[in-house]
Design a protein around this ligand. Structure first.
Ligand SMILES: Nc1ncnc2c1ncn2[C@@H]1O[C@H](COP(=O)(O)OP(=O)(O)OP(=O)(O)O)[C@@H](O)[C@H]1O
Ligand SMILES: [Mg+2]
Length: 263
């Protein structure tokens, strides 16, 4: 991680302060790959439907720096979950390229993507996706065991403590409330210290107070572990705490907003 140049250093371009650039046109030649933990270039996704071929993503470019928090917002059906799934290597685009930590995931096969996901990606699904036959602790241990980490149970227990659920470690998902399941899912996603944590509506279906606890937890982990956050959300208070807000509409990123720069 040493020897990285600041943004814009290579070009001598006067517009070094990319943080204030609200124009979402990116110049890929300006980038040094190592500055970005995630990049996408001209992503597109088409799916066949009874009505014929459906374009659900088109011409999506993005660059996300290490440690940034980015919210993806937009109306239902805009393509947010589809984009998140592509960026996390859970699905493949119809066209375009994606790099995660300098590795082009669109050039990898399924096994390569699975290995990259296991080691560098955390994903929190809106529906939690906990394994019902495993306890809270065992659910959190699973990614550690898959990546061959030593002391999976000790590390998983610490992750559960971080989300305030050590007392629930022996509970099965059906014995946990919605907010507790969401916290177990977050502990599981963070336990391998991923480079990027993707979360699809992490506060959806939660009451305001539990939602705020989850948001605080995500940002604490973002600041303590420098985990990059990419969150899909309809929650404006969550979006406004992020460094950047990407607005999607009809399969495209329409514009970018920088919450910190607003009055
Ligand atoms: N497997 C599929 N086959 C056909 N169309 C699909 C499929 N998956 C998603 N779509 C369509 O793609 C579009 C984008 O879906 P996506 O789930 O990405 O939207 P979203 O922005 O996450 O919406 P929401 O806010 O409702 O979760 C939608 O119109 C959806 O109907
Ligand atoms: Mg969605």
């Amino acid at each position: 991680m040493t020897g990285e140049s600041p943004a814009g250093a290579e070009t001598g371009n006067a517009d070094d302060n990319t943080k204030t650039n609200t124009n979402s046109q990116y110049d890929f030649k300006r980038m040094k790959t190592s500055e970005y933990v995630l990049k996408a270039q001209q992503l597109g996704k088409q799916l066949s439907s009874p009505e014929g071929l459906l374009t659900i993503l088109e011409g999506v470019d993005l660059e996300i720096r290490r440690g940034e928090s980015v919210a993806i917002v937009g109306v239902s059906g805009a393509g947010k979950s589809t984009l998140l799934g592509l960026l996390a290597g859970l699905d493949v685009p119809s066209e375009g390229k994606i790099w995660l930590r300098d590795e082009e995931i669109t050039a990898m096969d399924e096994d390569g993507r699975a290995a990259l996901r296991a080691n560098h990606v955390g994903f929190v699904f809106q529906s939690f996706h906990l394994i019902s036959s495993l306890t809270a602790l065992e659910n959190v241990m699973l990614p550690l065991e898959l990546s061959g980490a030593a002391d999976a149970s000790g590390t998983a227990l610490r992750a559960l403590q971080n989300v305030g659920l050590e007392a629930r470690r022996g509970h099965y998902p059906k014995q946990l409330s919605g907010g507790e399941k969401q916290r177990v899912a977050i502990a599981r996603a963070f336990v391998v210290e991923p480079a990027v944590l993707f979360a699809d509506e992490p506060t959806g279906n939660l009451d305001k107070r539990t939602g705020e606890t989850i948001i605080d937890l995500l940002f604490r982990m973002n600041s303590e572990s420098h985990t990059t956050l990419v969150l899909v959300t309809h929650d404006t208070s969550l979006a406004s705490r992020c460094d950047r807000i990407l607005h999607m509409d009809a399969g495209r990123i329409e514009r970018e907003e920088l919450p910190g720069s607003l009055p």
